[in-house]
Design a protein around this ligand. Sequence first.
Ligand SMILES: [Cu+2]
Length: 149
Amino acid sequence: MYTSKIQIFAALSLVLCTASANAADIEIKMLDKSEAGGMLTFEPGFVKANVNDTLVFIPTNKGHNSSSLLVPAKAESWKGPYDKEFRVKLEKEGVYLYVCDSHKPMGMVGVVQIGKAVNLEDAKGKAAEESAKMIMNKDRFTKALEQVK
Ligand SMILES: [Cu+2]
C-alpha cells in the first residue's frame, strides 16, 4: 500500500515535470476580416512567447501565408505556404517580424517576442522602413511593437 502510493506520486511528478518542460503551441489565425473590424489581419498580431514555442498559422480564410521579414541573429527565417496550416518553432530569443506576402502592402503583418527583445532597435528600424511603403494599416507594426516589453 505504502509502495504503491510512492509509485503513484513518482509517476505523477514525472507527468507534471514533462508538462512544464513542454513548449507551447500558439495559434495565429490568418483572416480577411477580424472580429474587431480590421481588414487582412493576423490574430493575435502580437505574441509574447518562450524559446522553443511553436507558432501555428491557421488558414481561417484563404489567400494568405506567413513569411518572416526580420528574425534575430542566428534564427531561421521562414516562408509558409498559402492556405495550409503552417508551424514554425522559434528557437532564438528576440523580436520577429512577419508578413503575408500578398498583403504586405495592406499591412497584413505581425510581431512575435521570444524572451528578451535583444534586437528591438533593428526590428523598429525595419518596421518603420516597411510601414512607409504600405498603403493601409501603416500603424500595425508600430502598435504591435509598442507591446514589446
Ligand atoms: Cu494575406
